[in-house]
Write a protein that binds this ligand. Structure first.
Ligand SMILES: [Fe+2]
Ligand SMILES: [Fe+2]
Length: 135
């Protein structure tokens, strides 16, 4: 089946560890969409994997920022917390109305949830890392 959110190299930040995680996140998100027609067990499993990997990625990213002395760390952590809150709210809503809750609205929300964050916050940090790390 077609990926709902195809990977594009426009999403590359140039920080290998972060890009690897982002590819995995998009893969898990598409796995979640693919699971949607297959009932609640498949959906619950896919959501669990997506949430766990999201939290793992955010923690790993914050660790890199901390080590790099990134001045935008606090704002970035706040944004990550906000994203997790939004993700969990969407999941709650979906759990209440079932698989039919995976509609275009949810797909669009998740797409902007991930893509906008990478294109904005994550790329800003990657730029900082590039200009503040000795070659
Ligand atoms: Fe981030
Ligand atoms: Fe990220």
């Amino acid at each position: 089946m077609d990926a709902y959110i195809p990977w594009t190299d426009e999403l590359l930040t140039g920080v290998e560890a972060i890009d690897t995680d982002h590819k995995a996140l998009i893969c898990l998100m598409n796995g979640f969409f693919a699971a949607a027609p297959h009932g609640s067990d498949a959906i619950t499993k896919a959501i669990g994997e997506l949430v766990a990997y999201t939290k793992h990625h955010f923690a790993a990213e914050q660790e890199i920022m901390l080590k790099a002395g990134y001045e935008g760390l606090k704002a970035h952590i706040y944004e990550h917390e906000h994203l997790v809150f939004r993700l969990e709210s969407l999941i709650d809503r979906m759990m209440m109305i079932g698989a039919k809750g995976v509609d275009a609205d949810l797909v669009n929300l998740l797409r902007s949830w991930l893509i906008d964050h990478i294109m904005g916050f994550d790329k800003k940090f990657a730029d900082f890392l590039r200009t503040n790390t000795a070659p």
